[in-house]
Write a new protein. Sequence first.
Length: 375
Amino acid sequence: MIRKYPKALQISRLAVALRASKNFIQTKLAIDPKDNISIISFGINPKRLCPYTYDKNVLFNSLKKIQITGKGHLHQALAFSLQIIIQEMRKISGKIHRIFIISDDKLNYQTKIEKIVNLAKGLGVYIDICQIGKPQDYKKSVLKKIADFTNGDYGYFNNPKAIINSGKEYASKKLVRSQPSFYSSDKIEKVAPLMSEIALPLRRPTLMELSSSMSERGTGEKKCGICHSIKAPLTNADFYTEGRYCPNCDRPVHLSCAAMWAKKSEDKNNVFRCPWCFFLITISKSAMKMFENLDKDSEQPKIIEEDKIKETNMIEIKNIDQINASCSYCYNIFLGDFKVFKCENCGSFYHDPCLQKMYTEYKACRFCGAKIINM
């Protein structure tokens, strides 16, 4: 992540930052050729210059896209970076995620920076900072505090040659955390505390999918990807009653089968990874409890949250900065670009465009299934 420097400053600073970035990329890929790197520049608004890749030429060419604007909002850059990292975390586990910032200390800080840094620490994301120039007050340096709080590396440099060489030093300090074995009793404690917060719920079927499933009962009805049956072994429920889909690869599963799979997961007992695409998924604790206590020979229960149709209103939220959640439709965090609405029934949040799309598809809240009555 590179700060765009104002014209009023020496242009050589930008050139030095770019050379340090190239050194970082080159050394990082030399250590591990399959390390994925994404580059973001931040000026008035953060901008992603290239997606995750280990192609050195693509990364080097993306650095040429940087344009000088003269303003840097660190909280926006970090929020944008975490949004990208969270998308990667949901896809695959076992990776160490780091944010590497090259900037001076002339940044705009806001109180929301603390919330964003807490999120980074909770997700186990390290923030390394290479500061160009001496800080105005070393002990009170916000950049140093951010690096220290997230267990990242911090350094400031006045000499251009030192800045350029620092790219190699930061790349060589690749953090490797010991991974406990699958059967280790301390596995759960070593999972980043907020990983369960970024896991996504199984997707409910659309009205069209439900209609299709009911009309095809006994013939072309969906089969669960876990038990490979139309009826759930645990509840004997049909797929149209208990069916859900992976939010990433759209594989069909029974809710009860997913709950039993989650119970055997190495993560928290209501969080698991899709058996096919390894996407991070969560199941409500109430559903987990119901299926755990259900005896296979007991009478078929009513599926949780399916026994009656609920109704809800969507309420516009004014203080978007106070929201500590992501959109339940697109799963991105709220940056203030659109109006935000909250489901009165379950408390899920949605961007305005996402809410409009969801209403067209479901006429209901995607998270809790309650019918939306004020649109």
